[in-house]
Structure formats: structure tokens, C-alpha cells
Design a protein around this ligand. Structure first.
Ligand code: ATP
Length: 388
């Protein structure tokens, strides 16, 4: 069986969809059930697609399906700008703009040339850069001009290109210019540094400090890259697998989870456990329950698996982190991820460690509540949600 087929079978066994399926299944259903397509066409008689330059072929095909009875005169409007295409990495294709024009037989094009966002000098500098690109619509459609007219006030706006002999000179130069601006009366809150990568911003910080400039650096991390979230995610998948009797899945997750430093098992003990499971032809979980070093951890995992169908998500997260108070004032469970990541000592040094996880898990505006959460001596996600 091919890998793809196996993957598709597993998805269907578990009633799961991946992102591609969400569109592909709809396309398949539309194309094999004309009555469904007709119903959808009746339901969606007017269609507007924004950011059309970022559509991929599957999305375009869905669109064609939704208008297939009326391709010569569809009530459809697509708004897009080929110069702003940013999703080519996930299959979007600027060629879709041309396919759209072909499919709908040269639809009317309205060029929006009035720009209210930026001043003239910003527009003309941007144009100097963007027109260097190849395969632009402006070069391929006769008579199309994307020359914009600015309607924004240009007072005080200035675009300046500066060259430095090295990256560190550039950073020092930027910091110096900012210090100079502030010295000459500019308000710091009117100054922003924008860069493509966090790394570049982080590297500029020492230069700003050197100029005695204190900055508010807001970082929007990818939460899934954080260690605590990764282990929490694996633990959650493990206990769900145990609760659903997917023991193969549990077996594949356990080696990495037991090796996580938060749980404190030695490499030698983990190796002995793996040997024991191998020699006895046992699952890891079975071997853990029969092994004095891992017994408590194994039993704790079984308890957490029992939580899966019974407790709300917040409580399960607290239990997995070991934040739950069992009434005796001590957290229940001896396996405490919380101790590893959010012990009082760690919070003393880095109070934001706690905010990082709950703040971002909840995608809440942490700023509004930071003072109340940071002073919380026994943080739990339940309390956090409560505060919110
Ligand atoms: N007629 C108008 N008069 C004054 N301001 C306007 C007008 N139309 C748009 N703006 C302002 O111009 C800015 C850009 O508008 P908008 O986001 O609608 O443009 P857009 O073409 O959709 O941008 P994008 O290319 O990012 O999709 C906004 O700040 C909006 O308030």
C-alpha cells in the first residue's frame, strides 16, 4: 500500500480531515453529486473572493464548481493584487488570476489606483522595487497600469535608503539615529523598527541599550515551537491514545516522553525499560507498570487517561501540568511538569514563563491581566480563564 493511501485510510478510520481534504472533499462531492453542486450554486449566487492572488488551484476549482452553470455570466468578483502574493509556499499560484480571466472569458477589470494608505514618496519608492519583478500582470495585460495616486497626507514622510559597511554598523547607525531623533524632541512612541526576522530585532537591542534607549519589544512566537507546549501536546496525545486503547500510538510516544528532562528519569533507567519491553515482548506502558522506577509515572498516566472522557479541557491541562490542588495544599500527581517549568523559583527569575504558556494558549490579551496573573502564587489555567 502506498504511503499516501495508508495515510488517507488512517484519516478516514479516525474520522479526521487535514487542511487539503477540507477543500478536496468538497470539490469531489460537488463534482460527483450534481444536485449538491446545484444546491450550493443556488445558495451562493453572489461570490466575492478577496486576496485572490493567494488562492491555490484547489480553491480555484471550487470556485469554478460554484459557478459552473453560469460560466458566461457569473456574479463573481475577485479582488487581488499580483504584487502582494505571499502564499506561494502553500500552493497558491499567481497564474490563477490568468486562469480566472480565461475561464470567465476576459471579465471586466477595474484597477484601483487611488491609494489612501500611503504618501506619494512611499508609493513611488515601493513601485521602484516592485516593478523589478518579472511575470507581473502589468507586463502581461495590454494597457494595464497600476500606477497609484496617493491621497494620504505626505507631510513629514520621507523614504531614505542608507548603506552601511557592515551589519553591526547598520545596527549601531539605526540606534544612533533614533537617539538623535529623541534628543531633538521626537516622541519615542512615534518611532518603530520593523524587520523581517526576530533575530534582526534581537540583535539590535544591545545597540539601543548602549544609547540608553529602552524599548518595548513585542514578540509573537509560534506557540507550537515552545518546549513546554510540545511536551504538553505529546502528553495529551499519549493519554488520549491510552484512553482510546490506541496502544501502538501510546507505545510510539512513550520513549520521547519518558526521556523529557522534566520527568527526571536517567538514561540508564530508560534504556533498561526499553530492554525489558523488548525482551518480554511488552508494550512500554506494561513494562513501566512492572518497573519500580517507572511504576508511579505509568499509574499517573493511566489516571490522566481516565480524565479524558470525564473532565473539561482546562482541568485536564492542569492535571497534565500537575497544577491541580488535591485539597491537601499539594498538587496531585508526582509528575510535575509545572515544577520543571513554573516552580516558584523559576517564576521568581522569569515571571513571564507562566504567562507565555497560558497567555498564548488562550490567545488572550495578556497585557490587560498581567499584573493580576503575575502576582498569583498558585497559577492554574482554570484561574487564568476565570480572571479572563
Ligand atoms: N475612500 C477612502 N477615503 C479615505 N480613506 C480610505 C478610503 N478607502 C480606503 N481608505 C483607507 O485606506 C486604507 C487601506 O484600505 P483597504 O484596506 O480597504 O485597502 P485594500 O486595497 O483592501 O488593501 P490591501 O491591498 O491590503 O488588500 C485603510 O486605512 C482605509 O481606511
Amino acid at each position: 500500500m502506498t504511503f499516501t493511501k495508508k495515510y488517507v485510510n488512517i484519516l478516514s478510520e479516525r474520522s479526521l480531515f487535514d487542511y487539503d481534504d477540507m477543500i478536496l472533499s468538497v470539490i469531489q462531492a460537488c463534482e460527483s453529486h450534481p444536485e449538491l453542486r446545484a444546491n450550493l450554486q443556488e445558495q451562493f449566487q453572489f461570490i466575492m473572493v478577496d486576496e485572490f492572488q493567494d488562492t491555490n488551484l484547489a480553491q480555484l476549482r471550487l470556485l469554478f464548481n460554484l459557478t459552473s452553470e453560469n460560466d458566461d455570466n457569473p456574479t463573481i468578483m475577485a479582488v487581488g493584487d499580483d504584487d502582494q502574493a505571499i502564499f506561494s509556499f502553500q500552493g497558491s499560484d499567481v497564474g490563477n488570476i490568468q486562469r480566472f480571466r480565461q475561464h470567465y472569458h476576459d471579465p471586466k477589470i477595474i484597477v484601483l489606483t487611488d491609494n489612501y494608505r500611503s504618501a506619494e514618496n512611499i508609493l513611488s519608492s515601493a513601485r521602484d522595487v516592485i516593478t523589478q519583478g518579472a511575470d507581473r500582470l502589468e507586463n502581461t495585460i495590454d494597457g494595464l497600469s497600476k500606477h497609484l495616486s496617493a491621497h494620504a497626507n505626505s507631510e513629514g514622510s520621507k523614504v531614505e535608503i542608507q548603506e552601511f559597511s557592515s551589519v553591526s554598523e547598520e545596527r549601531a547607525g539605526i540606534a544612533k539615529q533614533i537617539a538623535e531623533l529623541i534628543k531633538n524632541g521626537e516622541k519615542p512612541e512615534n518611532i518603530t523598527i520593523i524587520a523581517r526576522h526576530h533575530k534582526e530585532l534581537i540583535e539590535i537591542l544591545p545597540h539601543l541599550y548602549k544609547e540608553n534607549l529602552f524599548v518595548n519589544y513585542e514578540r509573537h512566537d509560534d506557540i507550537l515551537e515552545q518546549d513546554v507546549i510540545q511536551i504538553l501536546d505529546k502528553l495529551a496525545r499519549l493519554v488520549v491514545a491510552i484512553s482510546q486503547n490506541n496502544l501502538d500510538v501510546a507505545n510510539s510516544l512513550l520513549p520521547e516522553i519518558t526521556a523529557h528532562p522534566a520527568f527526571g528519569f536517567s538514561a540508564l533507567d530508560i534504556w533498561k525499560l526499553s530492554l525489558q519491553a523488548y525482551k518480554n515482548g511488552q508494550l512500554w506502558l506494561e513494562s513501566m507498570l512492572a518497573n519500580s522506577v517507572f511504576k508511579e509515572f505509568g499509574e499517573w498516566l493511566l489516571e490522566r487517561a481516565k480524565d479524558v472522557p470525564n473532565l473539561p479541557l482546562e482541568e485536564q491541562l492542569d492535571n497534565l501540568l500537575g497544577l491541580t490542588d488535591d485539597g491537601s495544599g499539594r498538587p496531585s500527581g508526582s509528575i510535575l511538569l509545572a515544577n520543571f517549568y513554573f516552580s516558584p523559583e523559576k517564576l521568581d527569575v522569569n515571571p513571564e514563563a507562566y504567562l507565555t504558556i497560558f497567555g498564548k494558549v488562550c490567545a488572550l490579551c495578556v497585557k490587560n491581566f498581567a499584573d493580576r496573573i503575575l502576582t498569583d502564587k498558585n497559577p492554574t489555567s482554570g484561574r487564568f480563564f476565570g480572571i479572563y
